[in-house]
Design a binder for this molecule. Structure first.
Ligand code: HEM
Length: 246
């Protein structure tokens, strides 16, 4: 395996890129303290999933019951865990070399995508069965957009995974920056969709306001805890790029 700067694209990297989690040259940093943000995000996601499970299955089990459940599981647990996999101090991946972290990231994303696709098929089928119009509410429209963005981001992930092979077309740093930015946008769009779900008649008809507020807080806290560091990372990388160019 050739680890020369030319071949790996390291020569084109800025200072933080060389330390980047996606650089092949980096050994795992076992001294990083555990990420409390990841733990917080997981706890919020789990509590939220518990609430959704209770609300969906407390009366009876219908096809619809699986829509919020699968979407919450895919978006708030698997997708967040996939994003955490690449952050320093993650309890599950802190000890892993970068290649394993990256594998865990994309495997969890594929599982999340499969669960979300099933949740999407469930709700569209449910509407067909009930002869209802499709994508009429804001929740439905944002849901469709989130789903399309998710498919595009996953395709872009293939580019990020093969960024070194694509370096003749685009430097790896940009392939990864684009994938990270698209991923963050997709995730935030999905969270917005979930929040809009609380304005549906199904939710409002038998859930108290305090529960809606609690769900808002849990979902938003999980979103902030998950996106804060990737956003900072993009900011630092872009500043470095600009500094190099000036
Ligand atoms: C990111 C996660 C989610 C996505 C991508 C999503 C997507 C969608 C889409 C696309 C529809 C419309 C389907 C159609 O018109 O054929 C829909 C409907 C619905 N969803 Fe979700 N959903 C998500 C999470 C949730 C959650 C957590 C809840 C419960 C709080 C929920 C409750 C509903 C309800 C009640 C409907 C039927 C009424 C309507 O169309 O607005 N969804 N969802």
């Amino acid at each position: 395996m050739d680890l020369g700067g030319e071949d790996t694209g390291v020569a084109e990297m800025g200072p933080s890129d060389r330390k980047s989690e996606t650089s092949r040259l980096v050994a795992p940093n076992t001294e990083t303290s555990p990420s409390y943000l990841n733990i917080l995000s997981n706890i919020c996601g789990l509590v939220f999933l518990g609430i959704i499970l209770y609300c969906c299955f407390k009366d009876d089990v219908t096809l619809f019951s699986f829509h919020p459940t699968l979407m919450t599981l895919g978006w708030m647990l698997f997708m967040t865990s996939a994003m955490h996999a690449l952050t320093p101090g993650d309890l599950a991946t802190g000890w892993m070399p970068i290649r394993l972290k990256s594998a865990r990231h994309w495997i969890l994303q594929v599982i999340a995508g499969t669960i979300i696709l099933t949740g999407f098929i469930v709700i569209v089928t449910n509407k067909f069965i009930n002869s209802a119009y499709h994508f009429t509410s804001y929740h439905g429209k944002f849901g469709l957009a989130s789903f399309i963005f998710l498919l595009m981001t996953m395709l872009g992930g293939l580019g990020a995974l093969n960024s070194l092979k694509l370096k003749h077309y685009l430097p790896p740093i940009y392939t990864k920056l684009i994938h990270t930015s698209a991923g963050l946008l997709t995730f935030c769009l999905g969270v917005t969709t979930i929040l809009l779900g609380f304005f549906s008649n199904w939710w409002k008809k038998d859930n108290p306001q305090w529960l809606t507020i609690l769900c808002f807080v849990l979902v938003l806290m999980s979103m902030i805890a998950t996106t804060l560091r990737p956003i900072l990372k993009i900011y630092i990388r872009l500043r470095e790029r600009l500094d190099i160019q000036n």
